[in-house]
Design a protein around this ligand. Structure first.
Ligand SMILES: C[S@@+](CC[C@H](N)C(=O)[O-])C[C@H]1O[C@@H](n2cnc3c(N)ncnc32)[C@H](O)[C@@H]1O
Length: 308
């Protein structure tokens, strides 16, 4: 049961909210027994020191305070800068070679983080397995998250044999690598040279002959790919992909399906953007996971229809 209490707080514009909250946690200033919330475009974060601003917060349950880990191949990423916990994990899991703590949020055009090695080998590179495929990941060089593995399987199972697929923001290639078994062709594009370098390695590692890596800005794809049309387009750049919908509309075949990933604060937040690019689309929005107390990762499945 949670209860309401008054506490000192800081108010951060919502787009910088998650980065600000993490900074306050890293500095030991956040009051983690209380739950932050969003109101009128600001994230309110409860803090331990007096700030001159107070607000009402709900208490968190002990379960919400447990450190969460993400395992990517032989690497564990801890949510807390906790060396003792890191050493324990390393000793308990023989397949883990490194325990990391992210010292920044996902940031910049390449959507990468910086890391501190808490325990084990001094590296951010690892070999990751997903449903029988292998991928080389380097967490400082290019974005990667194992959390979308179920989502990749969901898309694979909805695909027909022989589809032409475009991944506009492919990173090191998890979607192309996992979807290649059903596709005729996958064009996999990314603006980060290190991501495309790893993508090329991952294509070779899995002996794929139908994935074409492209290094470039997704804005240029309609011009570069000219008359090509795709049955499925993956748009996984959650904070900005909706800005590329007009380009996707030029590259979508009749009857295509677009998977648009977004960070949202309310249901239907991007419906208008989608309908501007695809006026006859059928839109299904799905919740993927919480991102911050008041925002979440969503995927919009956009069936563009035959009349475009
Ligand atoms: C959230 S990551 C997703 C990567 C990959 N789809 C995955 O699931 O791991 C977004 C990717 O978009 C790339 N990116 C950012 N802006 C871009 C642009 N204008 N054109 C092409 N790629 C871009 C970044 O380098 C990053 O690899």
């Amino acid at each position: 049961m949670s209860e309401k209490v008054m506490q000192w707080c800081v108010r951060i514009p919502v787009l910088e909210g998650e980065a600000g909250r993490r900074k306050l946690i890293a500095e030991g200033k956040a009051d983690r027994s209380l739950r932050p919330y969003v109101e009128e475009g600001f994230l309110f974060v409860p803090v331990l020191e007096e700030t001159g601003m107070q607000a009402e917060f709900s208490t968190t349950s002990p379960r919400e305070e447990l450190p969460r880990h993400e395992q990517i191949g032989g690497i564990v990423v801890l949510q807390e800068d906790d060396q003792i916990e890191a050493e324990k994990i390393l000793a308990a899991r023989p397949s883990t070679h490194t325990v990391l703590f992210a010292t920044s949020p996902v940031e910049g055009e390449f959507r990468t983080k910086t890391f501190k090695v808490l325990a084990g080998k001094n590296t951010t590179e690892t070999l990751y397995h997903e449903y029988g495929r292998r991928m080389i990941i380097d967490l400082t060089a290019a974005y990667f998250s194992a959390r979308l593995s179920n989502e990749r399987q969901r898309i694979l199972s909805s695909m027909k044999e022989g589809e032409k697929v475009l991944d506009m923001f492919a990173g090191v290639g998890p979607f192309p690598v996992m979807l290649s078994s059903k596709a005729k062709l996958i064009v996999a594009n990314d603006i980060n040279p290190s991501a495309v370098y790893l993508l090329q390695k991952n294509i070779r590692l899995n002996h794929l002959h139908n994935v074409v890596p492209v290094l470039g800005d997704a804005m240029n794809l309609p011009h570069m790919l000219d008359s090509m049309r795709f049955d499925r387009i993956i748009m996984n750049l959650p904070f900005a992909a909706y800005g590329f919908l007009a380009g996707a509309a030029k590259l979508a075949a009749k009857g295509a399906v677009i998977h648009l990933y977004a960070l949202v604060e309310k249901e239907g937040e991007h419906n208008e953007d989608i309908l501007r690019a695809f006026p006859n689309a059928k839109i299904t929005e799905r919740f993927l996971r919480s991102y911050s107390p008041a925002s979440w990762h969503a995927v919009y499945d956009i069936e563009v229809g035959d009349e475009m």
